[in-house]
Design a protein around this ligand. Structure first.
Ligand SMILES: [Zn+2]
Ligand SMILES: [Zn+2]
Length: 167
């Protein structure tokens, strides 16, 4: 059998059809795989669509190109890591807040140290929320915070007296 007669024979047609079908299925599978993988790695739906389009428009080469440029991590892993970092930061900052007098651990919301009764923060005159020393206004009720009178030490007695006299 010569090559020419083999090519025109029915057997070769069946083989070619089979190969074409296999290539077609592989092309679709790779496109689907790219879509699935992109969705796990990329947040922007537009970029996910673009990745899938590249995988389908450039058969077999497209998914390979996508693999070169895809984000190295799954979104889940990134989110999980960010949560872990946040939890660690919160733990560190929670440990960091200590009473300046007795060094007991105190909460950010404490007005006085529960151990040695040192005044830690000024309370908002309107809503009673604990205020940071650098704040100009209460973030909870928008009441302006009066700055400490210059010349007088920011002692607790002074503040208490001022507030009492205002009442
Ligand atoms: Zn204390
Ligand atoms: Zn307030």
């Amino acid at each position: 059998m010569t090559l020419a007669s083999f090519i025109s024979s029915g057997t070769s047609h069946a083989i070619l059809n089979g190969l074409a079908f296999f290539a077609f299925v592989l092309w679709l599978s790779l496109g689907y795989w790219t879509y699935k993988d992109a969705r796990r790695r990329i947040e922007d739906p537009l970029l996910v669509g673009l990745s899938t389009l590249v995988a389908l428009v450039l058969p077999f080469v497209g998914p390979f190109i996508y693999m070169l440029f895809r984000p190295p991590e799954y979104l889940e892993d990134v989110r999980e890591r960010e949560l872990e970092i946040k939890a660690i930061e919160e733990r560190i900052s929670a440990v960091d807040i200590r009473c300046p007098v007795c060094h007991a651990e105190v909460d950010a919301g404490y007005l006085v140290c529960p151990v040695c009764t040192t005044k830690l923060k000024q309370a908002c005159v309107s809503c009673g929320a604990p205020l940071e020393p650098i704040w100009q206004v209460c973030p909870y009720c928008e009441t302006p915070i009066e700055p400490a009178v210059p010349g007088t030490p920011p002692a607790l007695g002074t503040r208490r007296a001022r507030r009492a006299s205002r009442r």
